[in-house]
Write a protein that binds this ligand. Structure first.
Ligand code: NAD
Length: 286
């Protein structure tokens, strides 16, 4: 029987403990605060934007939300970020992606002060992660690590295959699992003989954005399968990158879609905001 790794339930557990953490920080006279910057009104980003506001409010994190016009210049966006960097009451800064085409994503990310980089996308924080000295880390991989821990699945010594080498999922997750003593293979769209590689995986993470591409034949019997994909089909149905019903015949553990990795991402964002706020309290006490 495949164990379904319940991200919805774990996210709920985190929400309760994060509420307590927020309360403790407030007792030191600091209101944990997240600044969220959205450029343009991309409908998908707006959905994420609103759900983050709601979750933050539930936990007790204040949000400062700014929506800038879709045709904002690079200079104007960077000026706004610098204001956030300098504001002592702001602990975390998040810029909704994707950005409109006139903006240079790399330059925008680099404008965020590393100590307020709640998404962990700043090159300084990515470098620290790869040196096993992590500061803020990207939230989706952090959610995956939390799910593995909850089910007491220690990556140490395990053979891990990650499908997808994006900077938001595949690459940072590889670093986190490496730091946790796993042996890592990263595969991507140019990989030859993918199936031969994945069949060796004790842990297979799929973050390719290809609806239901992974079927039983890619899976080692009993493997832990983490499905990161969120794909909306023409019918409106949301499916992962794993053909769930088929893979259930073979996997030992599987994250469902929806209800697996997805709900963990936003709670990790809140967890990281609180960590940054806590650090500012400790800093003031010194
Ligand atoms: P991306 O498009 O940036 O990267 C996809 C990666 O998959 C690339 O490295 C590409 O080389 C690889 N790939 C594509 N097709 C492949 C194939 N046939 N074989 C092997 N490799 C292949 O995507 P991303 O931003 O990393 O997101 C991946 C998926 O995860 C998407 O479905 C996205 O919606 C989802 N996602 C979910 C969460 C969450 O919170 N659950 C967060 C981020 C992304």
């Amino acid at each position: 029987m495949t164990v379904l790794m319940d991200g919805k339930k774990l996210a709920q557990k985190y929400r309760l403990s994060l509420k307590k953490d927020a309360e403790l920080i407030k007792q030191h006279g600091v209101v944990p605060t997240l600044a969220v910057l959205m450029i343009g009104e991309d409908p998908a980003s707006q959905v994420y934007f609103k759900s983050k506001q709601k979750l933050a409010a539930e936990i007790g994190i204040a949000t400062i939300d700014t929506v800038m016009p879709v045709d904002s210049s690079q200079q104007a966006v960077i000026r706004q970020i610098k204001q956030y960097n300098e504001a002592a009451n702001i602990h975390g800064i998040l810029v909704e992606l994707p950005l409109p085409p006139q903006l240079d994503e790399k330059a925008v990310m680099e404008a965020i002060a590393p100590e307020k980089d709640v998404d962990g996308f700043h090159p300084y924080n990515i470098g620290r992660l790869f040196m096993d000295d992590a500061g803020p880390v990207p939230c989706t991989p952090a959610g995956i690590m939390a799910l593995l821990a909850e089910y007491q699945l220690d990556p140490a010594g395990k053979r891990v295959v990650i499908i997808g080498r994006s900077t938001i999922v595949g690459r940072p997750l590889a670093a986190m699992l490496l730091n946790a003593d796993a042996t890592i293979t990263i595969t991507h769209s140019k990989t030859n003989e993918l199936e031969r590689i994945t069949r060796n995986a004790d842990i297979l993470v799929v973050a390719a954005g290809q609806p239901e591409m992974i079927t039983q034949k890619y899976i080692k019997p009993g493997a832990i399968v983490i499905d990161v994909g969120i794909n909306r089909l023409g019918s409106g149905k949301i499916v992962g990158d794993v053909a769930q019903e088929d893979v259930k015949q073979r996997a030992g553990y599987l994250t469902p879609v929806p209800g697996g990795v997805g709900p963990m991402t936003s709670v990790m964002l809140m967890k990281q905001t609180l960590k940054l706020a806590k650090r500012s309290v400790e800093f003031e006490r010194r």
